[in-house]
Write a protein that binds this ligand. Structure first.
Ligand code: PEP
Ligand code: MG
Length: 325
C-alpha cells in the first residue's frame, strides 16, 4: 500500500470519469508542512493557527506569530496556504486563557466569538498575517461564523490591518481573500448573506456534524453514533455545495470525513472538488478517488436520497457498500 501511495504521489486525484479533485493538507505546526512534499498535496487547505497558542506557556508575541506564518509560506513554496484565525475555546484550551468553566464549551465562548470580544487578539493576529503575506496571496479563514454580522465585523478588522500595514510602509499582500468555516447549522441553512461577502468557504465538518446531530465530537459514547453517510447529512452537504455554486464561491471540506476514503468519494459525488485532510489520509483518499466513477455514484446517491423517506431501513452506508459503488 505504502508503495502504491508513493507511486501515485505525482498523479492527480482524478475519478475514472475524469473529475479532478484537489487534495490539500490540514496542518498547524511547522513540522507538519514537510508532508506537503511527501504526500504531493496541492496546498495547505487549513492551517490551524491556534496550535502555536496551545503549545506555548505565554501568549505568542506578534513577532512569533509573524515568524510562524512566514515560515509556513516558505515551506509551502508556490502552493497556497489557508490560515485559519484562532479557534480557541471549545475543545481547544491553552495554558493562559482563563479556564472559563462553561456548561457547554462547544456551544460557548469560542473561536470567532472570542476573537470579536477580544478584538486586540484578532488585530494582532491579522497584523502578523498581513505582514507575513507581504507580496503573497493572503487567504484567511474565520472559524465558527454563526451570523453574517460576525463576518462583517472581522472583515472590517482585516481591512483596518491592511490599512495599518500600508500606513506603516509594509508591503501589501499580492491578493487578499477572506473565507468562512461553515460549521454551524445556522449558516448551512441560510448561507446566502455570508456567501455574498465571503470569498471562499471551508466546510468544518467536525463541528458541523457535531451541531447537526447534537453529538459531542469529544464524547466517544456519542461521537461515532451518527453517520455522515445518511440521508439527513448528505442533504445538508449537498445544499451547502449548491449554495456555494450559486454564489460562485470555491468550497472545500475539511474535517475528518474528508480524510476517509469512502466519505471522500461520497463528497466527490456530491460535487465537492477540494478536500483538506491529515497527511496520513491523503494516499488512501487519492487511491479511492482514482478508483471511483463519479457520475455513477452521484446518480446512485440521488436515487437513494429520493427514496430515503419512503421507508428503506438498511443504513445508507451498508447499502452503498453492498451496491459495490
Ligand atoms: C472542523 O470543525 O471540521 C474543522 C476542520 O476544524 P476543527 O476540527 O479544528 O474544529
Ligand atoms: Mg471546527
Amino acid at each position: 500500500r505504502y508503495r502504491t501511495y508513493a507511486r501515485q504521489r505525482e498523479e492527480p486525484a482524478v475519478t475514472k470519469d475524469g473529475q479532478r479533485v484537489e487534495l490539500h493538507l490540514n496542518a498547524g505546526l511547522l513540522v507538519e508542512l514537510t508532508s506537503l512534499a511527501d504526500t504531493g498535496a496541492e496546498g495547505i487547505g487549513l492551517f490551524r493557527t491556534e496550535f502555536q497558542f496551545m503549545v506555548a506557556d505565554t501568549l505568542p508575541r506578534l513577532s512569533a506569530q509573524e515568524e510562524l506564518y512566514r515560515a509556513a509560506y516558505e515551506a509551502a513554496g508556490d502552493k497556497p496556504v489557508v490560515f485559519r484565525t484562532l479557534d480557541l475555546g471549545g475543545d481547544k484550551v491553552t495554558p493562559f486563557t482563563p479556564a472559563t468553566r462553561e456548561p457547554n464549551p462547544a456551544l460557548g465562548w469560542r473561536a470567532l466569538r472570542m476573537g470579536l470580544d477580544r478584538p486586540g487578539l484578532t488585530r494582532y493576529q491579522l497584523r502578523a498575517l498581513v505582514r507575513a503575506a507581504a507580496g503573497r496571496d493572503l487567504r484567511v479563514l474565520f472559524p465558527m461564523v454563526t451570523d453574517v454580522s460576525e463576518l462583517a465585523a472581522v472583515r472590517a478588522i482585516l481591512n483596518q490591518e491592511l490599512a495599518h500595514a500600508a500606513r506603516h510602509g509594509h508591503e501589501q499582500p499580492r491578493s487578499v481573500q477572506a473565507g468562512i468555516m461553515l460549521e454551524t447549522p445556522a449558516i448551512a441553512f441560510s448561507p446566502d448573506a455570508c456567501l455574498r461577502i465571503a470569498d471562499f468557504v471551508a466546510v468544518g465538518a467536525n463541528d458541523l456534524m457535531q451541531y447537526f446531530f447534537a453529538a459531542d465530537r469529544q464524547n466517544p459514547r456519542v461521537a461515532d453514533r451518527y453517520d455522515f453517510i445518511s440521508p439527513s447529512s448528505l442533504r445538508l452537504l449537498q445544499s451547502v455545495r449548491q449554495a456555494c455554486a450559486r454564489h460562485d464561491k470555491p468550497v472545500s471540506v475539511c474535517g475528518e470525513i474528508a480524510g476517509r476514503p469512502l466519505e471522500a468519494c461520497v463528497l466527490t459525488a456530491l460535487g465537492y472538488r477540494r478536500l483538506s485532510m491529515a497527511a496520513s489520509a491523503l494516499g488512501p483518499v487519492k487511491r479511492a478517488i482514482r478508483g471511483m466513477d463519479c457520475e455513477r455514484l452521484g446518480a446512485w446517491l440521488a436515487s437513494v436520497l429520493d427514496e430515503a423517506e419512503t421507508g428503506e431501513e438498511t443504513p445508507l452506508r451498508q447499502r452503498l457498500i453492498e451496491a459495490g459503488e
